[in-house]
Design a protein. Structure first.
Length: 166
């Protein structure tokens, strides 16, 4: 089997699994599935957090220096959270290769961009499972990732949403 960017496929399975997280309980619903899939094939688990630029509000006292400090603090907090999360995964699953990445931008675009750049074999993410008007108004990052992804996407519903299916 051909080698890709220095990593070999493990037994025809996955080499790299992407788990995007916003650090919410909802996103954490996909972590066990991601870890199980990565562990089964001895694949690397990539934990991705996308820092979305805050909405620009008309705040007269928010100078450029203050705005820059707010963004820098947001980046630092997100980076710390990624490090904590990847550390927890490593402690719970010794021997699993785990990488944490912080990206900035629109979540669905950065998720797909990371999957392409890292040559991920699969993306596992959670969804609210909204339908109807809520889906139309709020949209779905999971749905947009599914439409644009360069690899298979597994979408996991949070357990509390499974019982609400009609």
């Amino acid at each position: 089997m051909p080698r890709t960017r220095g990593t070999a496929r493990t037994g025809g399975g996955y080499r790299r699994i992407l788990w995007p997280t916003d650090f919410s309980r909802l996103a954490s619903a996909a972590l066990p599935h991601s870890a199980r899939l990565a562990g089964a094939g001895r694949a690397e688990l990539v934990v991705l957090h996308v820092l979305s630029p805050p909405a620009i509000l008309p705040v007269p006292d928010l100078s450029g220096a203050v705005w820059t400090r707010v963004l820098d603090e947001s980046r630092a907090a997100a980076q710390r959270r990624i490090m904590q999360l990847t550390g927890q995964i490593r402690r719970r699953l010794p021997g699993m290769r785990v990488q944490g990445i912080l990206a900035e931008g629109q979540p669905e675009i950065e998720i797909v961009r990371a999957a392409r750049r890292l040559r991920c074999d699969a993306i596992l993410l959670a969804t609210h499972g909204r339908t109807g008007l809520a889906h139309i108004l709020i949209g779905s990052v999971a749905e947009r990732v599914l439409r644009m992804a360069p690899c298979p996407v597994l979408v996991v519903r949070h357990p509390s949403m499974r019982s609400k299916r009609a």
